[in-house]
Ligand binder design. Structure first.
Ligand SMILES: [Zn+2]
Length: 174
């Protein structure tokens, strides 16, 4: 599912409110700053962000948002490096290059439409989560050489040979 492009939803998506609440709970428990529905078994265009752990940066710290049916309108600016991790790929962190500014169309939890520009770390978190609803992982965005070096670790994760303090489902079970 993590490699599949996720589908848009309407207000009628079953148990949406509970799903969003559960996603916040899972994200906080795992000490993440974002989580996308495909990471918790729903192939839908929903992700949430809460930058609270970035407590040295006022803007990021106070950024909390539910994103539904997001569409990337534009990405621009210099590419910059940021060390990314992912709750679905535990124990691996890699520098990823992404553009500094994005413009995004999305709906909030009340299905109110927004079109907004985000920059810097907030844009970065959104770009990572947006990738999840497009079926892209941050390890798809690193060099072939880095990916080769990670090959065994990634294979071990897919087999469930990894220690995490939150619940995971694995694509390859022995
Ligand atoms: Zn992720």
């Amino acid at each position: 599912m993590l490699k599949t492009k996720a589908q848009p939803i309407t207000k009628d998506y079953p148990h949406l409110k509970e799903l969003i609440e559960n996603m916040f709970e899972t994200m906080y428990k795992a000490k993440g700053v974002g989580i996308a529905a495909p990471q918790v078994g729903h192939s839908i265009r929903l992700f949430i962000v809460d930058g609270a752990p970035f407590d040295e940066n006022e803007e990021v710290k106070n950024f909390k948002q539910v994103f539904i049916n997001s569409q990337m309108v534009n990405e621009e600016g210099d590419k910059w490096k940021f060390n990314e991790g992912c709750l679905s790929i535990p124990g691996i962190r890699e520098d990823v290059m992404r553009k500094r500014e994005i413009e995004l169309e999305f709906e909030d939890e009340n299905f109110q439409k927004h079109r907004k520009v985000f920059t810097g770390t907030v844009a970065r978190i959104i770009q990572h989560e947006y990738d999840h609803i497009e079926g892209v992982l941050f390890t798809d965005r690193i060099s072939a050489m880095r990916r080769r070096l990670l090959k065994n670790s990634l294979l071990n994760i897919s087999k469930g040979e990894v220690e995490v303090d939150y619940k995971m489902r694995f694509p390859v079970m022995k």
